[in-house]
Design a protein. Structure first.
Lengths: 482, 364
């Protein structure tokens, strides 16, 4: 939350319609995402009740558990879902392309799976379903179909990716929409997909507030899951379950799933209509790298175990990665989108202005060989807090870094490096000229050293000492699920 | 005190006061700044009915599957004289509990009246507290009470109280799962708030009998299903913070007199009155709406409607980001520079103007 977003919300109240928070779409959207709308039985930890799933709006598959408390039926639901998800994942592995990056595999998949769920509850459902299925075994006393633990592994993998800033493999659409539009209601109310879409794209003859008010009526817009409306549970679902008539149960559950299914695809169309940000394909390529590596490790049988709880070192390493990814994601978005850059400018972490003086031929002769390091002076009226030594990048010249040399507001002297060609004079147009309007924001690839963490075997006693090796056990495989 | 009770009775009108339970008492602490909620709750007004009367029915309800699961789990934990529970307390929490007896206080000789049950709970707890040794009894369904603004709210917890190491512990049984040692933080917080109400009620009861407050532990035992199974697991939850908030809130209720004094003497919220009159009366009591109210208070939809055009309706974070400026119109006026900032608004006004200019630049 920031002042800019808060102002946009105030504007949305006045306009009666959501206001844009970005000028481009920062999230990758697949041509063929797998949309999943899950429903769970109230009161249970993760008892699937029904799901609507598919990568084609016109042809969803509806999965229903006739008796949600029956273990066998539950596992057959999971096996059916696994069939759909795993074949969707496999279809993403049909074409490969050479990987231009120096690190990683030589080839990578040209595509990757993208799972879309309605809301944060959907993400949690994926986590719990993954957790409750990935330890199952396909042999022995508690044998399940072999697709069940595979689905568990993949769902756990997807859920983990969803924590990485900029990853688009598993998305909650309410979160994606709320990152692109500000509504005239609170965050809490934005968690309802129907209300959020009501503000962004109200139906004919309605405005945002009216559409959002209608969306609060569970008879018109059933909750987008996984929890169902309590009065639906009491008045419709309970009799349908006891009647033992699969037909009436299916009708009842479809009535709860279909409206959300439609909303999901409407949201996808709205997001597709936004132009894509310049760094979106870069981030999707990173997703494809991770997907390629994970798929390969599964095929080799070398996939790392997904323990119930991370060890101390693994958890710290993961947090460190997440933080650095978040910083890179924020900086990339700022370079792609002036409205995101505006957030940084408002916070004094970026600035815009005009070049009032330039020394394009300046060389740094302190080293063995002279290098070209032009200076420019920018006049800015932004409320910046700058110190010499800070580095910035301009969206107009992303390959060039600018280091603050001297600050005497409103004047800022910057030293430029990179992106000027190989000669000792800068290529034509490669550095900002006199009178040019420039914006400088946070550097995306500024080197941030990864945290220095001890090896697993050297976990200090303060963190419990070296953790025991994780070995899947029979207890895991036979864990009750009731 | 009597004057206050009389005043609250008049405010409620000729309808029976709505009984408090641990959940409603715990809710008193969720938005302590709200005078409206404070007055309505203290007067025992049926907020759900009032909200419906005013045209803002709240969609509260609990799924019967959730209720069923909760009851089944509780029955399982308590089965065979709390065999499961004892095992947990001994093995998991390492409490040394001697041979135990089990006393079900849900009826007393077939008499389920609240007063009779309260008296029985009181005498049994008094005897247990007077013992030098741990009496080793699990008290199921004790009847407790707590004084709220002159009324006794009777509390019937699904709880068991027992004594170990010279202290009483309160056990709260909940059916949300603890998966790999972690539970939904919001649900744990709600359970802790409720348990704090029971701890406070037990402390007050024992204090009347001359026992110090700390004879009831400020840690409660939370029993939940473990992972995806129905097997229970137990953990100790510290409720000291919740206890102090609760005590402060209950102490504050008497200070409602100041709020009430500012209201017209004859004011009433009797639901038999026309909706327009009731609405006027409700509006006379200040509310402090936040979007969180939607999940905790039956009046929330009415208050939200009333709050339209205020930045508070957009959430605390937005309200704070906008420098506490209350009205959306003022915010936009300051941002566009069409309104002169008031005293103390200069800084936020200049930030808003800059923010507005940036949005205009980027979106034009």
């Amino acid at each position: 939350m920031s002042l800019l977003t808060a102002l946009a919300r105030a504007q949305a109240v006045e306009a009666g319609r959501a206001q844009p928070l970005t000028t481009v779409r920062h999230t990758y959207l697949s041509d063929r995402p797998l949309v999943l709308v899950p429903l769970a039985l109230a009161g249970e930890a993760a008892a699937p009740l029904a799901a609507m799933v598919g990568d084609d709006e016109a042809a969803p598959t509806t999965l229903i558990v006739n008796n949600p408390r029956d273990r066998t039926q539950r596992f057959s639901f999971v096996a059916e879902l696994a069939g759909i998800v795993l074949s969707y994942v496999n279809r993403r592995t049909r074409t490969v392309e050479p990987n231009p990056a120096s690190r990683g595999t030589k080839m990578r998949y040209a595509d990757a799976p993208q799972l879309l769920v309605p809301n944060a509850g959907g993400l949690e459902f994926i986590r719990l379903l993954g957790r409750s299925t990935r330890f199952r075994r396909t042999y022995g006393q508690f044998a399940v179909h072999r697709s069940v633990p595979q689905l568990g592994q993949w769902l756990t993998f997807f859920r983990d990716r969803a924590d990485h800033a900029g990853s688009a493999m598993l998305l909650a659409l309410t979160e994606v929409l709320a990152a692109h539009w500000a509504t005239g209601q609170s965050n809490l109310e934005d968690a309802s997909l129907a209300a959020l879409l009501g503000w962004i794209d109200p139906a004919e003859g309605l405005d945002g507030p009216r559409a959002a008010a209608l969306a609060e009526d569970p008879l018109l817009w059933p909750p987008a899951g996984p929890s169902t409306d309590p009065s639906f549970d009491n008045e419709i679902l309970a009799p349908a379950l006891t009647s033992g008539n699969p037909r009436s149960l299916e009708t009842a559950l479809r009535s709860q799933l279909e409206p959300t299914w439609g909303l999901m695809w409407r949201a996808v169309r709205l997001l597709r209509a936004l132009p894509e940000g310049a760094s979106v394909p870069v981030r999707w390529a990173a997703d494809r790298d991770v997907f390629t590596a994970y798929q390969a490790s599964i095929m080799d049988g070398a996939a790392l175990p997904q323990p119930r709880v991370d060890s101390a070192v693994a958890a710290a390493g993961r947090l460190d990665r997440l933080e650095r990814e978040q910083a890179r994601y924020d900086a990339q978005r700022a370079l792609d989108d002036p409205l995101v850059m505006a957030e940084f400018r408002l916070a004094g972490e970026a600035f815009a202005g005009t070049v009032v003086a330039a020394d394009p031929k300046r060389r740094d002769t302190s080293g063995k060989r002279p290098v070209l390091r032009p200076h420019i002076t920018v006049e800015t009226s932004d409320p910046v807090q700058l110190d010499p030594g800070m580095t910035f990048v301009s969206p107009a010249r992303p390959a060039q870094t600018a280091t603050v040399v001297e600050v005497d507001l409103p004047l800022v002297v910057l030293e430029l490096a990179g992106g000027m060609g190989r000669k000792l004079t800068a290529d034509e147009g490669s550095i900002p000229g006199l009178g040019e309007a420039v914006t400088y924001g946070p550097a995306t690839d500024a080197y941030q050293p990864p945290g220095r963490l001890p090896s697993r075997d050297a976990t200090p006693w303060t963190h419990g000492g070296p953790p025991a090796e994780y070995v899947p056990s029979d207890t895991d495989a036979g864990e009750e699920w009731s | 005190m009597d004057r206050l009770v009389e005043r609250l009775d008049r405010l409620r009108g000729p309808v029976a006061p709505r009984n408090h339970n641990a959940r409603t008492i715990a809710a008193l602490t969720s938005n302590p700044g709200c005078a409206r909620r404070g007055v309505l709750d203290a007067a025992g007004v049926n907020k759900g009915e009032i909200a419906r009367h005013l045209g803002f029915p709240s969609g509260y309800g609990q799924s019967r599957f959730a209720i069923g699961r909760g009851n089944a789990f509780e029955a399982q934990v308590k089965a065979d004289g709390c065999a499961d529970l004892l095992h947990l307390l001994r093995e998991r929490l390492g409490l040394s509990i001697p041979e135990v007896a089990y006393a079900d206080l849900s009826t007393v000789g077939g008499n389920a009246s609240r007063e009779v049950r309260y008296a029985r709970t009181r005498s049994l707890l008094a005897r247990a507290a007077g013992d030098h040794d741990d009496a080793g009894t699990m008290f199921d369904h004790p009847m407790l009470r707590l004084e709220i603004a002159g009324y006794y709210a009777y509390l019937e917890p699904d709880l068991i109280a027992f004594r170990a190491g010279g202290r009483f512990y309160v056990v709260e049984i909940k059916s949300f799962p603890v998966i790999d040692g972690q539970a939904d933080p919001a649900k744990v917080a709600a359970a802790a708030r409720q348990a704090a109400v029971y701890v406070l009620a037990m402390r007050r009861l024992l204090a009347e009998l001359g026992h110090p407050g700390d004879v009831v532990a400020d840690e409660v035992v939370l029993v939940c299903p473990e992972n995806f199974a129905n097997r229970p697991t137990a953990s100790l939850v510290d409720v000291r913070r919740q206890l102090s908030v609760l005590e402060r809130q209950l102490g504050r209720i008497t200070r409602l007199e100041a709020v009430l004094d500012a209201l017209p003497e004859t004011m009433t919220l009797d639901p038999a009155q026309p909706a327009g009159d009731v609405a006027t009366s409700v509006r006379a009591i200040d509310a402090s709406y936040t979007p969180d109210c939607l999940g905790t208070c039956e009046m929330a939809y009415f208050c939200r409607d009333e709050c339209h055009g205020s930045t508070r309706a957009l959430g605390r974070g937005v309200h704070d980001d906008l420098g506490g400026v209350d009205s959306v119109d003022t915010v936009l006026g300051l941002a566009r520079g069409t309104r002169t900032p008031g005293v103390g608004q200069e800084e936020i006004a200049s930030l808003l103007r800059f923010a507005h200019q940036l949005r205009e630049e980027c979106l034009s």
